[in-house]
Design a protein around this ligand. Structure first.
Ligand code: 5AD
Ligand code: SF4
Length: 505
């Protein structure tokens, strides 16, 4: 296991081992030697900065990248004025790519001031050959490019980039093995993402993810549970189980395990108090999982269930493999089993061939389900995907108008839904001091909504009881309540009176 490895004992003058992860520890030790040399020459430690673009998977990958850099002896400074800057990129929509190209211009100006600076790019965008070609041609000051399948190799690539001239490019088409036991530097001490699987087999017709993240690979349950036990021992209270389609977890293991079974096993780990997961595909959400969510006390009352479109015709063109009716029926079953669940979703507007009638179907689902919140996206054409070659792309003016209508509807509904919990007392995991109001801290409810309330920084990382005094649409203002008040089931009502029965309010 990683924690037991003594880097100082690695023989760095012999050849690198062929086996992973030993090979990477060898290169971590080699980088340390380079760092010591840098310190002697410059009188300071070299600094590193990892910037994340995109989703929770990328955020977790960045923690691993920071962990490797930290072990290699670089000081993570969080600013782009660093000696080693790494962008962990996203390519799910074109906008994400444009952001990276824009930032590269800025990095070039920084490199002119610090010629020792190394610029590296990794992640989903680098899996696209056209992107790599463009960078090689138009951004020759970039020093290192690697993809999604070999992030575990950062130490080796870093050593190569620090000691050789020219751009190092190492992008793999696929990965068959999952390399375990490498360091990670967590952003929060009390919560952590945990990858349970990589890649996606669904090939939704608009989506580039299966092309850049490869086929579905599940981690062994034993490895996942061991990682979560280590996290719990390290003070982590909340875990987010991560995968592009967690509902199909375990199907390709030599001894298949369902996601519901995994959830029940995580629920038994002492010290873990909250379990979240992301993302669920509606077509794979089983009754067994609904039951596990209902029965596992630590599983949060929140489910992200991407709709994408409310029109069965468009869903078929999207290759989502469910209809509007099946989606609504699934929502009903979930709500019957877990009435207080918060539902959130992703919706794409302007998919090729979307008519006004199709869009109305999407609005209809939004009105029926009444999501707690929804991420809304304008369809973005992605190379290689089947949707990119569909002839009937929608006029951007029409798309924008629909997008704004959808956003208004979603926001109006979510601010009404948010009222639901006003004046109840709920558990909040405190995440940080509040940036805007001194003396306040911010945390999340089980259903993922933010709550700001008066409190001191010592509360960060703790679970506390908070009365939700003011609903603000997308968040609450609250006040902390003494545990004994809650244990006695005392509820403070609107007019400040205290009563002993939640139902009476
Ligand atoms: N255009 C717009 N949105 C997309 N998404 C994925 N691919 C595209 C695309 N080509 C959205 C989906 C998905 C979320 C992560 O990103 O809604 O659920
Ligand atoms: Fe993309 Fe569909 Fe896979 Fe999600 S399930 S990552 S939208 S292909």
């Amino acid at each position: 296991m990683y924690n037991e490895i003594n880097l100082e004992k690695i023989e760095i003058n012999s050849d690198p081992p062929a086996k992973e992860p030993d090979r990477q520890y060898y290169f971590i030790a080699k980088c340390r030697e380079w760092v010591r040399e840098f310190e002697r020459e410059n009188g300071r430690c070299p600094t590193a900065c990892v910037q994340t673009f995109g989703c929770q998977m990328n955020a977790r990958d960045s923690e691993k990248l920071r962990g490797i850099l930290g072990q290699a002896g670089l000081e993570n400074c969080g600013k782009e004025e660093a000696d080693f800057v790494l962008y962990n990129t996203c390519t799910v929509r074109d906008h994400a790519n444009q952001k990276v190209y824009g930032r590269l211009g800025y990095l070039q100006t920084l490199k002119k001031k610090n010629p020792r600076m190394k610029i590296a790019l990794c992640g989903c965008m680098m899996q696209e050959p056209t992107v790599v070609e463009r960078i090689q041609k138009s951004y020759p000051f970039v020093d290192l490019i690697f993809g999604t399948h070999n992030i575990y190799k950062l130490a080796e690539l870093l050593y190569c980039c620090l000691t050789e001239r020219g751009m190092v490019v190492d992008v793999w088409d696929s990965a068959d093995a999952v390399v375990e036991d490498l360091p990670a530097e967590r952003k929060y001490s009390f919560k952590s993402g945990v990858n349970i699987m990589y890649g996606c087999n669904n090939f939704c017709s608009y989506c580039i993810v299966p092309y850049v993240r490869g086929r579905e690979r599940s981690r062994e349950p034993g490895e996942i549970l061991a990682e979560i036990r280590r996290l719990a021992a390290d003070g982590v209270k909340e875990v987010m189980l991560l995968g592009q389609n967690v509902n199909s977890y375990g199907k390709n293991l030599s001894e298949p395990v369902s996601f519901a079974e995994l959830l029940r096993q995580v629920d038994c780990i002492d010290g873990i108090e909250r379990i979240r997961f992301m993302t669920s595909h509606p077509k794979d959400l089983s009754s067994e999982l609904i039951l596990a969510m209902k029965e596992c006390k630590k599983v949060c009352r929140h489910l992200h269930l991407p709709l994408q479109s409310g029109s069965s015709r468009i869903l078929e063109r999207m290759n989502r493999r469910y209809t509007k009716e099946q989606y609504l029926e699934l929502v009903n079953r979930i709500r019957q089993a877990i009435p207080d669940i918060s539902l959130t979703t992703d919706i794409i507007v302007g998919f090729p061939g979307e008519t006004e009638a199709d869009f109305e179907e999407t609005l209809d689902v939004v009105r029926r389900v009444r999501y707690d919140s929804a991420f809304t996206f304008i369809y973005s054409k992605r190379t290689k995907t089947p949707a990119a070659s569909m002839g009937d792309q929608v006029d951007p003016v029409v798309v924008k108008e629909r997008f704004e209508r959808l956003l208004r509807e979603v926001q109006q509904i979510s601010s009404q839904v948010c009222m639901r919990d006003a004046h109840t007392i709920q558990e909040v995991l405190v995440e940080c001091e509040n940036d805007h109001q001194e003396g306040y801290v911010s945390g999340r409810l089980s259903n993922n909504l933010l709550v700001h309330f008066p409190g001191d920084p010592s509360l960060v990382g703790k679970l506390v009881s908070v009365e939700l005094t003011e609903p603000k649409g997308f968040y609450y203002i609250g006040r902390m309540v003494d545990r004994t008040e809650v244990e006695n089931e005392w509820i403070i009502t609107d007019d400040g009176a205290v009563c002993g029965d939640k139902e009476a309010i």
